[in-house]
Design a binder for this molecule. Structure first.
Ligand SMILES: NC(=O)c1ccc[n+]([C@@H]2O[C@H](COP(=O)([O-])OP(=O)(O)OC[C@H]3O[C@@H](n4cnc5c(N)ncnc54)[C@H](O)[C@@H]3O)[C@@H](O)[C@H]2O)c1
Ligand SMILES: [Zn+2]
Length: 439
């Protein structure tokens, strides 16, 4: 039996919040479309109090940012980037082009072509999330994207030097300091000094995620990667302190970030809730974490691992930390999650910052149909074909002709008929029925 010891905001309230964000974003996009750069500037002033002569940083500004960091900071960024690059390269290498003779004389293939220009949004409203630079820019680079634009909002009124350095070390071609909806739209439609990109990637708050969603179709997007969510699945093999740390560690992302504990131990559930109250008195970011825990935090008690599995798949959380005696049960059976963190030795923060898997992951139940950002998202899998022999052309032509006839497609049918006439012999294809264009 599944019991809730704590529930988050109900579904209707969340839907109303989403509708408000949708309307706000729609208005901003329309306005920028009509008034262009001037509107981009206006929103940057309004939301971020930011109105520089050029949103794009010069080479000198990029170098100055790097010089302001310590050797230790540079080395830490380089370490994280090495792990991300390494795993992205392994994933790239796992994607093979194919070319196969699928029918005598018929050759089909596909190849992976990088998107020509991408725009990477690096969040920076509440925290300077430099790790997103590795996740988006570096992964695009490994995929072979020729032009990479990268943007982040100003942080406390300035370009953040560590974000700028991480973008530059990852290989961004253009670095902008611009945040929110206005940044995403500017990259998608272009500005007087910036050619538009073909695809937008990267996480962001609900305004950024919704702006990408609304622009989808005009440009590509990676996935819906909105406010962070975390699910901890635990049994009595771990304690309340660890569960509380791992829930609050992600609740601090923002006031709308759900953190959920799913457990078979009622004692652990109570211990964790008490620990959360204790830690909220000392965590420096408790201002945000306490809000999201109060509004979105949940504690759910189940009787068995099977029940936890069913509930976890229904929640379809972005991050799922499994700290049970048999985490592999969840790896083998779970189907809806952005990323799994197996066992107490790892945790979501490792994935967010350093270990090498991508931290840009699906939220809002989008894990039902997609995984997170990875090198494959920057590659278009495009097919091609060749027919090598007259015989194969005539045979495919005859089948195609009859199939077109069933669909009343005379023009398509004639494309096929022409091949039968040119490359076939009537004797070989007695089922050929030339209808409209036969001489
Ligand atoms: N899903 C993922 O993979 C993932 C990964 C990392 C971070 N995140 C999420 O990224 C988000 C980062 O959020 P953030 O706010 O710190 O930074 P952000 O850069 O995403 O957003 C800041 C921008 O929001 C805009 N904005 C703020 N208030 C607005 C309003 N009322 N109307 C319109 N625009 C407004 C401003 O222009 C500002 O520049 C968090 O929600 C975090 O959970 C998600
Ligand atoms: Zn996080």
């Amino acid at each position: 039996m599944i019991r809730y010891l704590k529930r988050g905001k109900d579904v209707q309230v969340r839907a109303d919040d989403d509708a408000k964000v949708r309307a706000t974003v729609e208005t901003i996009i329309k306005d920028i479309e009509q008034r262009g750069d001037e509107a981009v500037r206006q929103y940057s002033r309004q939301f971020d109090n930011w109105d520089p002569a050029d949103f794009r940083l010069s080479q000198a500004e990029i170098e100055a940012a790097r010089k302001s960091l310590s050797a230790r900071e540079i080395e830490d960024i380089a370490f994280a980037q090495k792990q991300v690059r390494n795993f992205a390269q392994i994933q790239r290498d796992s994607m093979q082009d194919v070319e196969v003779e699928t029918y005598p004389g018929v050759v089909l293939g596909h190849k992976h072509i990088p998107v020509n220009a991408v725009g990477c949004y690096i969040p920076g409203g509440k925290y300077p999330l430099l790790a997103s630079a590795h996740m988006s820019v570096l992964t695009a680079k490994v995929a072979g994207v020729p032009r990479i634009v990268s943007t982040a909002p100003p942080y406390q009124g300035q370009p953040h030097p560590a974000i700028v350095t991480a973008m530059s070390m990852a290989g961004a071609d253009d670095i902008l300091v611009l945040g929110g909806v206005q940044a995403v739209v500017a990259m998608a439609v272009g500005t007087p000094s910036l050619a538009p990109v073909d695809m937008l990637v990267g996480p962001g708050n609900m305004f950024v995620a919704e702006a990408k969603r609304q622009l989808y179709g005009r440009v590509g997007i990676d996935l819906f990667a909105g406010p962070t969510e975390t699910l901890v699945i635990a049994d009595d093999s771990v304690d309340g302190e660890m569960c509380a740390v791992d829930l609050l560690g992600q609740a601090e992302h923002g006031p709308t970030s759900p953190s959920i504990l799913l457990t078979t131990s009622e004692k652990l559930a109570h211990d964790t809730m008490a620990e959360i109250e204790r830690q909220l008195k000392i965590l420096p970011t408790a201002g945000i974490a306490a809000q999201s825990w109060a509004a979105y935090g949940e504690v759910i008690v189940c009787d068995t691992d099977e029940e936890m599995l069913q509930k976890a798949d229904e929640i379809a959380s972005e991050h799922v930390q499994v700290m049970t005696r048999d985490p592999d049960y969840f790896l083998a059976n779970m189907t809806n999650y952005g990323a799994l963190f197996l066992g107490p030795r790892t945790n979501v923060s490792f994935g967010d910052k350093v270990i090498g898997t991508n931290h840009t992951l699906p939220t809002n139940k989008n894990a039902r149909y997609t995984g997170g950002l990875w090198v494959g998202k920057f590659l278009k899998t495009c097919t091609y074909q060749r027919v090598l022999t007259d015989e194969a052309s005539a045979t495919m032509g005859a089948y195609c002709s009859r199939l077109c006839h069933m669909e009343n497609f005379a023009g398509h049918g004639e494309q096929a008929n022409l091949r039968v006439r040119r490359y076939g012999t009537r004797a070989e294809v007695p089922w050929y029925q030339p209808v409209p264009f036969e001489a």
